[in-house]
Structure formats: structure tokens, C-alpha cells
Design a protein around this ligand. Structure first.
Ligand SMILES: Nc1ncnc2c1ncn2[C@@H]1O[C@H](COP(=O)(O)OP(=O)(O)OP(=O)(O)O)[C@@H](O)[C@H]1O
Length: 355
């Protein structure tokens, strides 16, 4: 029998499944050996919530999104941990037909660059029927009706889109087709990787409002992966901030944006004029994110770019990878000074002494 995600109930409404990611590690084989791109991640997605997973390029976001579908490709592999989805069980231990049916069936996904991921040689309608075949859908008419209904909710004409080839659709339209294909088999969990990248500002904000509407209408559990903390601010209930394969901060979006506790989160927010509200105040985060080969093997992976460490270098930041501490209910931060109750910025006198 095929497993199905277990809808949960929130305020009497059926919503998507709960997801519990525990100690997840994903590594890639490289000439320098097998190196982790995602290290011992713990993250819960609450039923019916939208979580934003944010970080710079190379922080491990796409690897993590692929792991949610147990779809990490060689030379990568999940080397540890579990991803429990209500009703489906641990995705890491699914294989074969069960896994194929879960992907696209129970777990809808729109991969990075979805604008270019449609088959250029087939109409959207033909690709929909391919999907129906691979998922053994018997009632194809009902599936087409469902596809047209989803497209029309996203402001598109179903007939026209199903008859179109990829090159006949704009970037924003392709992105909506990607969302339709992700949801048409009635997924309850939706994973979107960079849903707005490569779209102009107006299309970006349209797509975000469509994501919010479809998420609410269908009662989904949604993960939005993005390098843009502005996208998180617009769409997500909760945010998880990733750096060097670690989750460095998690919490309700409004609280994290208002009062970031990790120096990296603070840096990401300060880099965006529309979040600081003052273009004069916006400052790019200095330095570059690490690659797999340059992620520090010891201590805090962020310390080389950390203004707090530069001002007040602590020994534990050099020796021990900080684990996440819960500083308030649902608010987690992986930073030694924060865990010690110190403010996110070093005291001016410490900064002065270490200058
Ligand atoms: N097939 C691969 N082989 C080796 N290393 C890889 C492979 N795919 C990704 N990586 C490395 O794993 C790390 C995480 O990459 P990932 O694509 O998950 O990050 P990301 O945050 O999604 O960045 P981006 O938005 O640029 O895709 C990076 O250092 C990347 O170079």
C-alpha cells in the first residue's frame, strides 16, 4: 500500500504534515575526501506553516531541499540523520516505488531554475500526462481539470498554458506551471527552491503572493529555500538561517528580523536596504562564504567573518562548533557568546582592546 502524508489539524482545519529533521548530515565526495555540505541539522516544520530556509550561495540549502525528497545525487549522499514526515515515515529510509511515489505525489517540489526545467520539446499538457503515467493516475480527465483549476487560481488560462511549449511562456508563467505540476497530484508538503530568482520585481511579488494563497487554500506545509532574506520576510512564518552547512538561527520570522541574535543573521539583514528601511544603513556582509573545502573543521564556521569575534575573540569560538541553544520558546541560536547571555555585538571596550 502507498503511504500518504498525514494531514494535521490546526484550529479545526486540515493542514499539511509535520516534518521533523533530526541530525541530518549530507556529504559530497570530493578529491579531498567526503566533505559535509549539511552538518547535523535539526529543523521542525510545523503543520500548515511556511518556513523560509535562507543563506548565501553554497551554504547547503539546495542540498537540504534535495534531502527532503531523498533525492541527493552522486557524488553526494545522506550520511546520517532522519527526516520524519507524518504518515510517510523517515524519507531517508524510503526507496524504490515508495520513494518515487512520495516525490511529486505526497511531496511537491519546484527545483531551482524551474523556469528552465520544463521539457522544451513537449507541451505542458503532454508533460502533465507524463506525470500522470509515472504516478499511475487513472482518472486523467480529473487531473487535467485539477491542473486547469490550479492554473486559473494563479491567474493563467489553463487551456492556453496546457497547449504551450516552454518558450511560449514568460519566466513568471513557467514558475507558476512548476507550482501547478508540484501540487496537481495533491501534495501536502511543498518544497520550493529559489522560487523567485531570475524574475523581475513585479513577477517576484506576484509569485510570492500566489505561494501564500495556494499554501493557505490547500493547507500545505511549505519550505521556501532562498538566498534573499527579503523573500523570507514576505512569505514565511518561520525562518531558518543556514551558514556553512549549519543552521545558525531559527525562529518566528518577525522576531528574527526585528531582533536577530546570530551575527550572521544580523549581517544578512543589514545588507538589505528594504529591510533596514534606510539605504544609507545597508552594508554588504564583508568576506565570502566558505566552500566545502574551506569550511573550518574546528570551532564556529562563521568566525572568520564575524564582527563579534573580530571584536572579542573567544576561545570556544575557535575550538568548539556551537550547538543550537533555545534562547526563548521556538527561538534557537548556535553562537557561543549568545548562549552565554552576551549581546550580539561586542561591548565597545572589548572591540577597542582588540582593534
Ligand atoms: N555535486 C556536487 N559535488 C560536490 N560538491 C557539491 C555538489 N553539489 C553541491 N556541492 C557543494 O555543496 C555545498 C552546498 O551546495 P548547495 O548547492 O546545497 O548550496 P546552496 O546554499 O543551495 O547554494 P546555491 O544557491 O548556490 O545552490 C557547496 O559548497 C557546493 O559547492
Amino acid at each position: 500500500m502507498t503511504a500518504v502524508t498525514q494531514p494535521s489539524e490546526v484550529d479545526g482545519k486540515k493542514v499539511g504534515p509535520a516534518v521533523r529533521i533530526a541530525d541530518l548530515t549530507v556529504a559530497y565526495r570530493t578529491p579531498a575526501g567526503e566533505l559535509p555540505a549539511v552538518s547535523r541539522i535539526n529543523l521542525d516544520l510545523a503543520p500548515g506553516s511556511i518556513t523560509g530556509l535562507v543563506g548565501e550561495s553554497g551554504s547547503g540549502k539546495s542540498t537540504m531541499a534535495l534531502a527532503m525528497l531523498n533525492a541527493v545525487q552522486k557524488p553526494g549522499r545522506i550520511t546520517g540523520g532522519s527526516i520524519e514526515i507524518d504518515g510517510l515515515g523517515d524519507v531517508v529510509s524510503l526507496a524504490g516505488r515508495q520513494l518515487r511515489e512520495a516525490r511529486g505525489g505526497e511531496i511537491g517540489y519546484v527545483f531551482q531554475a524551474a523556469q528552465n526545467s520544463l521539457n522544451p520539446l513537449k507541451t505542458v499538457g503532454k508533460q502533465l500526462l507524463d506525470l500522470a503515467r509515472s504516478h499511475h493516475v487513472e482518472d486523467k480527465r480529473a487531473l487535467v481539470r485539477q491542473a486547469k483549476d490550479l492554473l486559473s487560481r494563479m491567474g493563467l488560462s489553463g487551456d492556453r498554458v496546457l497547449d504551450s511549449y516552454q518558450h511560449e511562456l514568460s519566466g513568471g508563467m513557467r514558475q507558476r506551471v512548476g507550482i501547478m505540476l508540484a501540487l496537481v497530484l495533491n501534495a501536502h508538503l511543498l518544497v520550493l527552491d529559489e522560487p523567485t530568482t531570475a524574475l523581475d520585481m513585479i513577477s517576484q511579488s506576484n509569485i510570492l503572493s500566489i505561494i501564500r494563497d495556494v499554501h493557505a487554500e490547500r493547507g500545505l506545509t511549505t519550505l521556501v529555500v532562498t538566498h534573499d532574506i527579503g523573500v523570507v520576510a514576505e512569505v514565511a512564518d518561520r525562518v531558518a538561517v543556514m551558514y556553512g552547512g549549519r543552521l545558525v538561527e531559527q525562529g518566528p520570522t518577525t522576531e528574527v528580523l526585528k531582533n536577530p541574535k546570530h551575527p550572521y543573521t544580523r549581517g544578512l539583514i543589514n545588507a538589505i536596504p528594504r529591510l533596514t528601511g534606510d539605504p544609507e544603513v545597508a552594508q554588504p556582509l564583508p568576506g565570502r562564504p566558505p566552500t566545502l573545502g574551506t569550511i573550518p573543521k574546528q570551532g564556529c564556521v562563521f568566525r572568520e567573518r564575524c564582527a563579534r569575534y573580530a571584536a572579542d575573540p573567544r576561545e570556544d569560538c575557535e575550538t568548539t562548533d556551537p550547538s543550537a541553544s533555545e534562547i526563548a520558546p521556538g527561538r534557537l541560536v548556535a553562537c557561543h557568546p549568545v548562549a552565554a547571555g552576551l549581546p550580539v555585538e561586542a561591548a565597545p571596550e572589548a572591540a577597542e582592546e582588540n582593534r
